[in-house]
Design a protein around this ligand. Sequence first.
Ligand SMILES: [Zn+2]
Length: 295
Amino acid sequence: MAEEKNDDAALPPTEMIYYSYEGNFELECNSSKIVGITKDGDDDTVEVFLDRTVMHAQGGGQPTDKGTITYCQPTNNSEVVIAVDKVTVNRATGVASHRGKTTNALVCLPAVGTPVRVAVDADTRRLLSECHTAGHVVDSAMAKCGKLMRPTKGYHFLDGPYVEYEGSIVADERPQVLKDLQAAFKALVEEDIPTKIETLPEAEANEVCNRIAKNFDMKDFGGGKEVPTDIRVVTVAGFPCPCGGTHVRSTGNLKARKWGILGMKAKKGVIRIKYAKTHKTEQLQTRLHAVSLQY
Ligand SMILES: [Zn+2]
């Protein structure tokens, strides 16, 4: 069956609650309404459009939030829960789509205007926020080590996160630079530096983000248009940059799971810094040690 495509051009842009500092920590919203909904195929998969949401839409190197949308079915007064597994946003229209399956049979689609409760899966969100924040701490550690290279990609997924920078580091220097970066990262976590999330006028965002090095072009972040726009600026470990992701309140929050820098890879003018929850590497080292003891 052909996939039904919802024309979201007619819908209002979705208010992304996590964009503000306090909204970044809101995990539930009881004041959302359905502005559009379509059913996909014959099963109970639906695509829901809301006026406002607490869920983070996949993008900017951060995976989608998962969670639930709950509403009351007026025909029989029963609660319908939609288990949302993918949130995306149309960057051109600002409309977010929540895709998921209803956990109970859908008698009919809810009407536009139906009030809903939106809840984020808190454990996953916390982990993804830590992962994304740790990626920014890598940026700050790079700056601390005098490596003011332009960040070109952030991959803040849990299956092997990394940040990439344009440029190169001489092969002989790499082991020492890696050691310095690991130490700088650790020190920034120890310092327990609060995260800042602000939405600034474009000119101000441009100035704030390019104060340390001229590495950010506002055009890459929705700016550079005829009419200047506002840009969301996130400052982690003292290092500001344009960002649309979710974060933890302070670098100290990365301590419990021992986030840290794992390694460095150099390839064709790109330096990739890999990072991880390092208790994983400790486990690995213990295992390797155990193996070496056997022989
Ligand atoms: Zn970011």
